[in-house]
Design a protein around this ligand. Structure first.
Ligand code: ATP
Ligand code: MG
Length: 333
């Protein structure tokens, strides 16, 4: 059975970007493959090294989110990255196979670095060795489990490409050992943020979280960016530049979406009414997730057991794969 490997950073709760950009595919593929889901605490520490409490708290939080959307621990092995020392070991070996210049050119690293100026400086002059190297560590995450299919959002593509390069280099030097992973993208590859930013991100302050309650949803949707040229209620507007329409397309029934679009273009719908309709539909979408979350919040022991069991399983798999890798590298003393 082919292996699916994917990961999330415990830096905050799941948001709509995760759900529609990546998690829908987790749900689609669970049970059909040998599935490993990494809670990437080591990677989260690369830009949160000075905030260990945040990472620690979110390991359980994000696991609860993932269980609440319907992932089944019988079909998916949830594991904690730092509990698999083989990943760290492999990262060291791979660090010989990638140049610093190549990492500096990685578009995802560049974008994320520029979003973290307070940590890495205005022009990335204070970038750490760990953050610059996280794509190497991510290549280790994937190949440590012989991950073949990788369901991710679009921002992850340059990181996967980097992994594929490392795999090719490894095989060319040490002999055919590793498989090249392939990304699986969802229909909506990249979900925009409330501020209209290209990417909704948990560290970007522009996200609708799955844990947001009615009050928060109301506040966020009411503040969402709409077509700025629409001043009066009956002015016609362009739904394609409106974040409210954008989220209607994600959570509202198809007939509602069509109606929103045509009425907006004709000036037959005010923004306030349109937002209220979105709030209602968003809550309907979130309610079953909220119900499941309540169960896991009241039974955190169950969550910790799921993580322990999945981590044990993952460790076995990683050990096996490491044997193969060390043999190829002639360090199997
Ligand atoms: P951080 O800002 O801490 O990096 P994040 O919101 O980017 O958090 P990650 O844990 O890095 O979340 O990403 C987990 C998965 O969700 C990845 O596959 C990523 O591609 C996907 N993802 C995150 N945000 C979006 C988005 N806005 N649209 C589509 N996919 C997304
Ligand atoms: Mg990210």
């Amino acid at each position: 059975m082919k292996t699916i490997l994917t990961g999330l950073r415990p830096t905050g709760n799941l948001h709509l970007g995760h759900y529609f950009g990546a998690c829908q595919n987790y749900l689609k593929y669970q049970g059909k493959y040998d599935f490993y889901l990494e809670v990437a605490d080591v990677q989260a520490l690369t830009d949160n090294f000075n905030n260990p409490e945040k990472v620690r708290k979110n390991v359980r939080e994000i696991t609860i989110d993932l269980l609440s959307i319907g992932l089944d621990p019988e079909k998916v092995n949830f594991f904690i990255q730092s509990k698999i020392p083989e990943i760290a070991e492999l990262t060291v070996y791979y660090s010989n196979l990638v140049t610093v210049a190549r990492l500096q050119r990685n578009p995802t690293v560049k974008t994320e670095m520029s979003q973290k100026k307070e940590l890495f400086g205005n022009n990335g002059e204070s970038i750490t060795y760990g953050f610059l190297g996280y794509p190497v560590s991510q290549a280790a995450d994937i190949t440590c489990f012989d991950g073949k299919l990788i369901p991710v959002g679009e921002d992850q593509l340059p990181l996967l490409e980097q992994c594929r390069e490392i795999v090719r280099k490894f095989n060319s030097i040490y002999g055919e050992t590793l498989n090249e992973p392939e990304p699986i993208l969802s229909e909506t590859k990249r979900i925009k943020g409330l501020d209209g930013n290209d990417k909704m991100g948990k560290s970007l302050g522009n996200a609708i979280f799955l844990v947001d309650d009615d009050e928060k949803i109301k506040e966020k949707v009411m503040g969402a960016i709409t077509d700025p040229s629409k001043i009066k209620k009956d002015d016609p507007a362009n739904p394609d530049i409106c974040m409210v329409y954008y989220y209607h397309k994600l959570v509202s029934p198809e007939e509602d979406v069509k109606k929103v679009c045509s009425e907006c273009k004709k000036g037959a719908r005010g923004c306030v009414a349109c937002k209220k309709e979105l709030i209602k539909n968003m809550n309907e979408f979130l309610n079953p997730i909220r119900d499941k979350r309540k169960f896991y919040e009241e039974n955190t022991k169950v969550v910790d057991e799921i993580l322990n069991k999945g981590t044990e399983k993952a460790r076995e798999k990683a050990k096996e794969q490491m044997k193969k890798i060390k043999h190829s590298m002639m360090i199997d003393y």
